[in-house]
Design a protein around this ligand. Structure first.
Ligand SMILES: [Zn+2]
Length: 449
């Protein structure tokens, strides 16, 4: 009761105070009044801003209560199995599987690679969405909101392709691989560079301390996070026979290749027949033990008719690894072209001047002259191709294609090369800047094959 009385007194005091201040307001100048209104408005704005700031974390907290149960696909897992384990009925699994095939082009999960994310709006809510993460550049979402519908949707993740420049130098006693790793070049890119330079140099024998190299390559980002590497766009290496440069170029028809700084096909190959228009007199045969004679009759190469003294050119660029004589081959030369291919030229009457073990030769350079030395019934060239240590048929073995650009493509290539060179210069000055790759080939990524 006493409290009520007190409250009544307080209310009475407040009312009289309010009436007094109202009277005061009445006496005030318009100017003062508008100033007060302005202050009140300002106060309200500050208050509103404060409220927004204060409530933002609370709003985020609502979102983050969404829970994710992520299942990594293991060997032996199937989608049915995983869905079953997470409470889906056989009937639902059947509809989901059909929809996945129909609407998202999905067939099977890959163990060790794919993940399935079961999303709930909060810890205790039913699953609202299933996300199949089946590749770095896409995911499939299954809507669990409306029962029996199970709408599936393939969502492509936008790829942001940027270019990265790395340069290095072969350290004393080091390999290209280790020096490239030291330069910060990703392993996958180093292996691509190996493949590109393999026909130009021998990574075991042509490496010297102090040789400089650089690589311009693509890095693919999704939401500012690096996902994988793209293509090598340009590479340079100070090889023994001079600086080797290669640039990637995509033709208007979408076909891509690597070309040197002049626009010539950079992927060197071997000639199947080192001497032009020569008649094959004996072809390649794998050989088998003759059932009657009991000895192996194998012909590990191809014989070409060639009068004594016919100049024999190297089938491809490489390094001479043997210049010798043996009973079978007579005088012969062996060339190593890259980590994969070697060629051998036998029955030579003589060797070309200046050709010795260790000599680096160009494609077409004369290495010797045809003859009939060794086990030979008449002058001819016996030619062998050895792929990864195994004799193969020079006439049928799959060789990298030599691809030269026509005049129009050469012009486009030179324009693109100028841009790439400018990008390299720019990244040299400021490696941190973001430059996007515009060498587009419909954004097909070799890593997501
Ligand atoms: Zn032969």
């Amino acid at each position: 009761m006493a409290l009520m009385k007190k409250a009544k007194i307080i209310i009475k005091k407040m009312t009289t105070g309010l009436v007094k201040s109202c009277k005061k307001i009445g006496n005030m100048k318009i100017e003062t009044l508008s100033r007060i209104i302005l202050y009140i408005a300002l106060f309200m704005v500050v208050l509103a801003a404060g409220v927004i700031c204060f409530y933002k974390p609370a709003r985020d907290a609502v979102f983050s209560s969404e829970t994710h149960t992520v299942v990594a696909v293991k060997s032996g897992d199937t989608l049915s199995k995983i869905l079953g384990e997470n409470g889906f009925s056989m009937r639902d699994i059947d509809i989901i599987s059909k929809n996945l095939k129909k609407d998202a082009d999905f067939t099977t999960l890959r163990a060790g690679r794919d993940r399935i994310d079961f999303v709930r709006s909060n810890e205790n809510a039913p699953i609202s969405k299933i996300v199949i993460e089946n590749g770095p550049w896409n995911r499939i979402e299954i809507d669990c909101g409306t029962p029996d519908t199970w709408q599936c949707q393939k969502i492509e993740i936008e790829r942001d392709t940027r270019v990265s420049y790395k340069e290095g130098e072969i350290a004393s006693g080091s390999s290209f691989y280790l020096s490239a790793m030291d330069a910060g070049i990703p392993e996958g890119i180093i292996l691509d560079v190996y493949d590109l330079l393999a026909f130009e140099m021998d990574f075991e024998r042509d490496i010297r301390a102090g040789q400089k190299f650089y690589v311009l390559y693509e890095e693919n980002f999704a939401s500012d996070k690096k996902v994988d590497n793209g293509h090598v766009l340009a590479v340079s290496f100070d090889a023994l026979r001079g600086n080797v440069q290669m640039y990637r170029y995509v033709k208007p028809d979408g076909k891509s290749g690597y070309y040197d700084e002049k626009g010539n096909g950079a992927i060197k190959s071997l000639k199947r027949t080192p001497i032009n228009n020569a008649k094959v007199t004996s072809s390649f045969s794998k050989g088998r033990k003759h059932p009657v004679l009991g000895f192996t009759r194998a012909h590990k190469g191809v014989d070409f008719r060639a009068p004594t003294g016919t100049p024999i050119p190297a089938a491809g660029a490489g390094r001479v690894i043997a210049k010798s004589f043996n009973r079978g081959h007579g005088n012969f030369v062996k060339i190593r072209h890259n980590g994969t291919f070697e060629t051998l030229y036998a029955h030579l009457s003589k060797f070309a001047k200046g050709v010795n073990v260790g000599t680096v030769v160009r494609q077409g350079q004369i290495i010797g002259y045809a003859g009939s030395t060794g086990l030979s019934t008449g002058p001819h060239l016996h030619y062998e191709v050895i792929k990864n240590g195994v004799h193969v048929n020079p006439l049928t073995v799959k060789l990298p294609a030599i691809d030269n650009l026509d005049a129009n493509n050469k012009k486009l290539f030179m324009e693109q090369k100028a841009k790439v060179d400018a990008t390299i210069e720019s990244l040299k000055l400021n490696p941190k800047q973001i430059i996007r790759s515009d060498i587009d080939d419909k954004k097909i990524n070799k890593n997501s094959k």
